[in-house]
Design a protein around this ligand. Structure first.
Ligand code: PLP
Length: 457
């Protein structure tokens, strides 16, 4: 696997590799575990210890790793043509066919695709497309963006500014703030206002409308960004009717609705896209990545409506859409996406999610009898367990206790990877997971939580 020992690799890594979200003080001492290979739902470290990866890489490994047909499709495209420029008057076959396929899978008139290198650049592209569209319409003051606290939209300057996770905005970084605004996250669990869920929803809708009006209404607000289920912010499933009502407000004030489906698309919630099929809304723009290639190649797509396309491409203006990447529509990434979608269709992986989601939910909810499990929430194959010090008053554990990490570390030792986010453990496993895998996940989580409960007593 490698000429170096695990320890040697860890030392080299610490010396030279700055990881995403590195907490330097911790990383300097603990380092990162080298993963040497992966197969299906399993990953193996360089000492050959096996783990069930219930995070699916990083919410992206939808078809499972190491598939021969994916390797063949990628190798075949590399041999045929490893790269070709996508700029203006050249194209390539996989990019063309994938755009057609995405247009056929996306809801309504979302028929146009702009490719990028991942989710962040897909969001950044949406952001720039919104400016371009509004300027083309002569609406030069219509530039304000509204998104939600606790949302995550990526890590470019614009995407990170649109995101609203407090922990992702440390003071050492700067953010774009004059045209980006955040309203409350739709998280009912832990709300201390004493409202019913219906009243909580009414308050969220009122807050959004108040914000739109405060910013100048229809003349000033350009777009609303929303993940169908907030992922990295803690698998927040909004109250029933939230998406419909926020979408209606966007219609009322001529605001573009951007559904960030980087996590929720390609079967994660049992559909190709969740906004229309799970939440019954018709966005103007969908951003996607991750499950588009199941992580076999980096690729993002911004899929946008005919309505937008007609405006930006109107004849006679001589306009240039001056935006793009060397790797937009990369032929190898697009070939991987086409094969990935073909596999998902053939194996009906979205159907497996719909079939097993109730079992996953029921098994995870069985953990609610443990004294520190406050909430279990999610849909499809996207779940989290929230830990609390006191279930009666939603008292959280002190951050320094690092409760989520403490539990996930124990789970690691038993061969299970879940993702700790402060006081949560998050899961988004490959879509071909079995009942036995679900049993292993829940049983391992239970014994890890029980150990922590015993330590805390
Ligand atoms: N949008 C959402 C909803 C995400 O969850 C993520 C990543 O987790 C992104 C955008 C950014 O995607 P990437 O990391 O591929 O740039």
């Amino acid at each position: 696997m490698s000429d170096y020992s695990t320890q040697q690799l860890m030392e080299k890594d610490k010396a030279h590799f700055t990881h995403p979200w590195t907490v330097f003080d911790v990383y300097k001492h603990e380092g990162a575990l080298p993963i040497g290979r992966a197969e299906g739902c399993y990953i193996y470290d360089t000492d050959n210890n096996r783990y069930l990866d219930a995070v699916g890489g990083l919410w992206c490994n939808n078809i499972g790793t190491g598939r021969e047909e994916m390797a063949d499709a990628i190798a075949e495209q590399v041999r045929l043509m490893s790269y070709s420029s996508p700029f203006v008057d050249l194209t390539n076959v996989p990019a063309t066919l994938l755009a057609e396929k995405l247009a056929s899978l996306a809801p309504g008139d979302l028929d146009h695709v702009f490719y990028s290198c991942g989710g962040s650049t897909a969001v950044d592209t949406a952001f720039r497309l919104i400016h371009y569209y509004q300027n083309c319409r002569g609406k030069h003051d219509k530039k304000h963006i509204i998104s939600r606290k606790s949302s995550y939209h990526g890590s470019t300057f614009a995407a990170m500014s649109i995101g609203g996770k407090a922990g992702d905005h440390p003071p050492e970084f700067d953010y774009l703030s004059d045209t980006i605004h955040h309203v409350s996250a739709p998280k009912f669990y832990g709300d201390s206002s004493g409202k019913t869920e219906a009243e909580f929803l009414d308050a969220l809708i009122q807050e959004l409308e108040d914000k739109i009006i405060e910013l100048g209404g229809e003349d000033s607000v350009a777009a609303f960004f929303a993940e169908p289920i907030l992922g990295a912010g803690g698998v927040i499933v909004p109250p029933q009717g939230y998406h419909q009502r926020t979408w209606e407000l966007c219609q009322k004030y001529d605001i573009l609705y951007v559904s960030d489906e980087v996590v929720t698309a390609f079967g994660r919630l049992g559909h190709w896209f969740a906004s229309a099929d799970e939440f019954n809304i018709q966005p103007d723009i969908i951003t996607c990545a991750k499950g588009l290639t199941s992580g076999y190649q980096p690729l993002g797509a911004t899929i946008y409506s005919d309505k937008i396309h007609q405006v930006i491409s109107e004849e006679g203006h001589g306009r240039c859409f001056a935006h793009g990447f060397t790797y937009s529509g990369h032929p190898v990434a697009c070939a991987a996406a086409l094969k990935n979608i073909e596999i998902m269709e053939r194996e009906n992986l979205a159907g497996n999610v719909s079939e097993l989601a109730p079992y996953f939910k029921e098994r995870l909810e069985s953990l609610l009898d443990l004294p520190i499990v406050g909430d279990v929430r999610g849909r499809g194959f996207m779940w989290c367990v929230e830990f609390v010090a006191n279930k009666d008053n939603y008292e959280l554990f002190p951050e320094e206790l690092d409760i989520g990490k403490r539990i996930s570390n124990l789970a690691d030792g038993k061969g299970l990877i879940v993702r700790p986010i402060v006081h949560l453990n998050v899961m988004s496993p490959p879509l071909n997971l079995t009942r036995e895998d679900i049993d292993f996940i829940v049983d391992t989580l239970r014994s890890s939580i029980e150990e922590v409960v015993a330590e805390l007593n």
